[in-house]
Design a protein around this ligand. Structure first.
Ligand SMILES: *Cc1c(COP(=O)(O)O)cnc(C)c1O
Length: 335
């Protein structure tokens, strides 16, 4: 039998402004829809500085950390990580210490997400990409020991809070989407989101199955290839199943990933993506970011043109936030 997510006991804090609105993009539909209605689920409105997809996951992750008696959060990501910024601010809101293990270069003047990390009082250690990639588990262990010696108890949050616990964020978003679909008369849709650490895609994929949504969920990769996301999504879902229903999830889960829109690499976008950021801000008042949402939106527009979504009348783009990542790339907008 399909487990009913509404009756599984998963501790949760109320941190995000939910439900987020589902809005029609009328001019985008006209320009690119080829007869389909294009919608945006405004998860960028889940908070002002906490906004985006990560706070949905952190509601569950941080409830769990608290239940375990932890007073310190250690997590990791790129220097401009939205996940790290949301963790830093949510930690401050809960009176918890936050330590960020960041990958990239020190910035003379902190900008975007890093500026907010500092404001939130997070402790920050920045490592070169090489050192970070080779030593991440050791870096977690190092900082854990550091705080333990001060009598603190640490909870480790994986990249993007994407694991069996964080998955709840987007399982729960599917309950919202079910309501949205009813209200708007959406009968069959394609859902498109950016995928990076895989938790949003995994949560939507599993949530759509659990809530019996008439959709196909597409993750547009911003790094790594489709094979990687097949494995990651399945492994997050398996973790969730182990934790919350004794590993007995009966559903066949088939993740769908589009991996041809990564462009020059993680955090780097081409001129067409920057042009689309300008276009969408002026056309619909929707601000996309060059690391995640603009690449995914670009992918959606290309796939619409190629007929990928022709078998449904509606396409729903999940706006996962990320606006602060736009500011450090302001120079590339001069196109
Ligand atoms: C992290 C992030 C994503 C990707 O979500 P994952 O769950 O890590 O795959 C998409 N958009 C934005 C703005 C993000 O910060």
């Amino acid at each position: 039998m399909t487990p009913d997510p509404a009756i599984i006991d998963a501790p949760r804090l109320s941190l995000a402004c939910l439900p987020t609105p589902l809005q029609p993009l009328e001019r985008v539909s006209q320009r690119y829809g080829r007869g389909r209605r294009v919608w945006v689920k405004r998860d960028d409105l889940s908070g002002s500085v906490l906004g985006g997809n990560k706070i949905r996951k952190l509601e569950y992750t941080l409830a769990h950390a608290r239940d375990k008696g932890c007073d310190t959060l250690i997590t990791c990501g790129a220097v401009q990580s939205n996940h790290c910024r949301a963790t830093a601010l949510a930690g401050a809101q809960l009176g918890m210490q936050v330590h960020l293990i960041l990958r990239g270069e020190e910035q003379a003047v902190p900008d975007g997400n890093l500026l907010l990390d500092e404001l939130a009082g997070a402790a920050i250690s920045i490592y070169s990409t090489k050192e970070y990639q080779q030593k991440l588990p050791a870096l977690f262990a190092h900082w854990d020991a550091h705080y333990q010696a001060q009598g603190r108890r640490c909870w480790h949050i994986p990249t993007g809070a994407s694991d069996g616990i964080g998955l709840w964020g987007y399982i729960n978003a599917c309950a919202e989407l079910k309501q949205d679909f009813k209200q708007q008369g959406i009968e069959r849709a394609h859902i498109v989101c950016a995928t990076g650490s895989g938790g949003t895609q995994a949560g939507l994929t599993l949530g759509a199955a659990l809530y019996d949504l008439p959709v196909k969920v597409w993750g547009v990769a911003v790094c790594d290839d489709a094979d990687y996301f097949q494995r990651k999504v399945r492994s997050d879902i398996a973790q969730w199943s182990e934790r919350y229903c004794d590993g007995s999830l009966p559903l066949p889960i088939a993740p769908h990933t589009l991996d041809s829109y990564i462009g020059p690499g993680y955090g780097k976008a081409g001129t067409a993506v920057f042009a689309l950021i300008r276009e969408m801000a002026a056309l619909e008042g929707i601000v996309l970011d060059p690391v995640y949402t603009a690449k995914a939106f670009y992918g959606m527009v290309q796939e619409l043109a190629q007929g990928r979504f022709d078998d449904a009348d509606d396409v729903v783009f999940i706006h996962t936030g990320g606006v602060f990542g736009l500011f450090p790339q302001r120079d590339s907008l001069r196109i």
